[in-house]
Design a protein. Structure first.
Length: 172
């Protein structure tokens, strides 16, 4: 996960920002980035060691959850994506899925992380925030909510797999 440089709501013990964040990419990361961002609804299979998943983004909304309490930091609003992860290869272990590999990417290079807060007004069904075991052959799909800069539209949705492989979807 990137080390955020702007944490309007403070940091969590693990170093991530509380309530999502605008962050810079990790320094010296050896990421493999897809050449051209995918279109919404397009799936991409990602392999890291013996783990293999198929990831898809279906939609991006900003602003969203307008009736939810506002994010605590000024100049931010809620944004969300409809995402799916499908473990596709049996590894002997049950794959773990959560929202941490997902980011919103902005034209100026800043990024927004998933919020660690949930409200009933967020888009449903929600994607798991915490680790969830998903047997191979099943999928997890749901909305991931982010604290995003108000009035600033993300240019891409990013998924960064455990080996640094990056898959992007264009938001327009």
């Amino acid at each position: 996960m990137p080390t955020p440089t702007f944490c309007p709501n403070g940091r969590l013990p693990n170093g991530n920002c509380a309530e999502g964040a605008v962050a810079n990419p990790p320094a010296g990361a050896a990421a493999t980035v897809s050449a051209v961002p995918l279109k919404f609804g397009t799936s991409k299979t990602v392999v890291a060691g013996s783990d293999q998943v198929k990831v898809t983004v279906f939609a991006y909304r900003q602003p969203t959850a307008k009736s939810a309490p506002k994010p605590p930091s000024p100049g931010t609003e809620w944004a969300s994506i409809d995402a799916q992860v499908c473990p596709t290869a049996a590894t002997g272990e049950t794959p773990i899925v959560n929202d941490t590999p997902w980011l919103l990417v902005y034209a100026d290079g800043t990024m927004a992380e998933p919020s660690n807060t949930g409200y009933g007004q967020f888009d449903e069904p929600g994607f798991p925030m915490a680790d969830r075991a998903v047997p191979s052959g099943r999928c997890v799909r749901g909305w991931i909510t982010f604290v995003a800069p108000a009035g600033k539209r993300a240019t891409m949705v990013e998924f960064q797999w455990t080996d640094g492989t990056v898959v992007d979807w264009a938001t327009s």
